[in-house]
Design a binder for this molecule. Sequence first.
Ligand code: DAT
Ligand code: MG
Length: 149
Amino acid sequence: MERTYVMCKPDAVQRGLVGEILKRFEQRGFQLLALELQHPTRERLEEHYGDLKSKPFFPALVEYMLSGPVVAMVFGGINAVKMGRVMVGETNPLASTPGSLRGDFSMVVGRNIVHASDAVESAEKEIALWFPNGVKNYTNPIIQQFVYE
Ligand code: DAT
Ligand code: MG
């Protein structure tokens, strides 16, 4: 079972969209493996977005992510990473189709409400960063057989 890291950004928390985001992943068939409201440190955010350190928008990105708590989540599922990206939409909400989270709830790239890992390797890195105490697996095969063939 693949895992992906999903995070409701501070704008999603302030706008009361956490339940909506969680609901969509649950109803699609993802398995919720971890969930925590966190007040991340600057160090953790700089690590999370380490690949973007040289980008001109990096300081603004970190300040935005520090503007309030986030909700850190891990979801499991077959092709969870790719499917998670489909749920979220494009980086720029302008390019995100309605039906995706960013396409339904956001207007600009700097307030795009939600994060989802972009590859299996980065997902595992992000899960270890945000849930350093580990994430337990509790897959129930009886329920899984109604989601997967
Ligand atoms: P994504 O969040 O879709 O994985 P990313 O990893 O390339 O996108 O960038 C992380 C975040 O950085 C993104 O959600 C919003 C911000 N960002 C990306 N490109 C940007 C840009 N051109 N201008 C402003 N913010 C940007
Ligand atoms: Mg990314």
